[in-house]
Design a protein around this ligand. Structure first.
Ligand code: NOJ
Length: 512
């Protein structure tokens, strides 16, 4: 495969590492057991010290919290659980003061059923806001579309007020907005402007691919969903991009485009006038295999070689954590991968601590979709010093803290040169200091079985990344022979020759 073109890192988000804060679980300032904006503001230095360039905050808006903020009742206010608009302004100001950008979550596909728009829409069939949501009459659901949550739950609920069905791709408390209605698009653009004027640097766009649906509401076909990724989605995302471009300062649109077929994902970032970035979720569903990882990366490199910047991730608030999926050693190898590939890596709070999912007792389960374990609070200090809330909260945390918070706490790991936190800090520091790693070309290299190796190159300086997916030692790729300097290993004590079991290495080649 020929080298991918070298893209100049002229926009901040290309060289950035972006860190997701899940506000409920990051830091609690008022002792109610739920994280909040003041708490998060007080802990931003952790993100800066890690070496990330930006934070993305999961939703902070007024919400009944049926889906923990992804059900918005007022886009222009902060939920009292998280604080106030002033607290949001203070967070943005503090982040900027210490050199961090701030992305908010923008949720265009649906609102809460308690949003005043929906209250109006459901009130009568001739209400002016009726067309803002998707309504159909009939004895049965208009089609066979299934909601994302629950076991084969229809994506339609009949509302008793008018005896018609409304569409909800997620919970019944999350009615889908009708983007075929121009007034909806205009209203959502106004939401973007509200926050852009307050200084946010961009948005992560929730289910971005769902704001274009088959207007005829036809049933899905094998391999083709009619309720997302419809051609109309593209001009709508371009419209969002144009709103961002009304403002100076390289504001960025990052789509949550949950399409595992990379041929369908690529067009969201290759045209140059839609999303700047779209999360690529392929890794989240792959078996631990060097061939499989290499194949998907090579495919996406090929698909984006004429433009398009990848956005890799391994974790977020919707998925089991890598340390649970792969185990601690392999989670480091995986982190080395996403932080050295061409593209913008997204980290989820706590992965830099090697957090595993936290078992939730049956009496404590709160999420509708089994996502509590990856949302457990951040342990900032060991419970022996800070009490059972581990520095996250002085009250009872809304989800249990990690049972090994004593050793996993940030303050403990910061003092330990062999900790996962120290490893992540070194990895991000190396990435920032090495143009080949953040801006160079990508080329896969021939490697022994179980080893995935690739070259990153910038202005003649070459860096080789070699990742051993096997639980036993493997030779280094032949191209490593000219390696002059080991820049970083996932292992505290790497050997000279072979890659150890579950080891990843970054090696500087040549004289560069
Ligand atoms: C994706 C978000 O990441 C998830 O947490 C949420 O439940 C759905 N979108 C619906 O908004």
């Amino acid at each position: 495969m020929p080298d991918a073109p070298e893209l100049p890192p002229n926009e901040w988000w290309r060289t950035a590492v972006i860190y997701q804060i899940y506000p409920r679980s990051f830091a609690d300032s008022d002792g109610d057991g739920v994280g909040d904006l003041r708490g998060a503001t007080g802990r931003l230095e952790h993100v800066r010290d890690l070496g990330a360039a930006a934070v993305w905050l999961s939703p902070i808006y007024r919400s009944p919290m049926a889906d923990f903020g992804y059900d918005i009742a007022d886009h222009s206010d902060v939920d009292p659980l998280f604080g106030t608009l002033d607290d949001a302004d203070a967070l943005i100001a503090r982040a900027h003061e210490i050199g961090l950008k701030v992305l908010l979550d923008f949720v265009p596909n649906h609102t809460s059923d308690r949003h005043p728009w929906f209250a109006e829409s459901r009130s009568s069939t001739d209400n002016p806001k009726r067309s803002w949501y998707v309504w159909r009459p009939g004895d049965r659901p208009p089609n066979g579309w299934i909601a994302a949550f629950g076991d084969q739950v229809p994506a339609w609920t009949r509302d008793p007020t008018t005896d018609e069905w409304y569409l909800h791709s997620f919970l019944p408390q999350q009615p889908d907005l009708n983007w075929d209605e121009p007034a909806v698009e205009a209203a959502m653009h106004a939401v973007l402007r509200f926050w852009l004027r307050r200084g946010v640097d961009g948005f992560r766009i929730d289910v971005a691919h769902a704001i274009g649906k088959d207007p005829d509401l036809r049933d899905n076909e094998p391999g083709r969903s009619h309720k997302e990724d419809w051609p109309s989605v593209h001009p709508r995302l371009a419209g969002i991009r144009r709103v961002l471009e009304e403002f100076d300062g390289d504001r960025v649109a990052v789509g949550e485009v949950y399409l595992l077929d990379q041929h369908r994902l690529a067009p969201y970032v290759t045209t140059g006038d839609e999303l700047h970035l779209a999360h690529n979720f392929v890794f989240l569903n792959l078996p631990w295999s060097s061939e499989r990882f290499r194949d998907v990366v090579d495919e996406f490199e090929e698909l984006t070689r004429d433009g398009g910047w990848p956005a890799w991730c391994l974790n977020n608030h919707d998925h089991s954590r890598t340390a649970t999926r792969y185990g601690w050693a392999r989670a480091r190898v995986a982190a080395m991968l996403v932080l050295t590939l061409r593209g913008t890596p997204f980290l989820f709070q706590g992965e830099e601590l090697g957090l595993t999912d936290v078992p939730i007792g049956p009496q404590r389960i709160v999420d509708v979709d089994g996502r509590d374990p990856e949302r457990a609070p951040i342990p900032w200090e060991p419970p022996s010093e800070a009490g059972p809330g581990a520095g996250f909260s002085t009250g009872e945390p809304w989800l249990p803290v990690h049972p090994d918070a004593e050793h996993l706490a940030v303050s403990v790991q910061a003092q330990d040169t062999g900790s996962t936190l120290t490893f992540y800090r070194e990895l991000l520091r190396l990435r920032a200091a090495t143009p080949a790693l953040h801006s160079g070309t990508y080329r896969p290299v021939t490697a022994p079985p179980d080893v995935y190796a690739f070259m990153r190159e910038h202005e003649g300086r070459r860096v080789l990344v070699a990742l051993n997916f096997a639980p036993f030692a493997r030779p280094l790729p032949a191209e490593a022979a000219g390696g002059r300097l080991l820049l970083l290993s996932t292992h505290a004590d790497p050997g000279e020759g072979e890659l150890a079991a579950d080891e990843g290495r970054i090696i500087k080649l040549g004289d560069g």
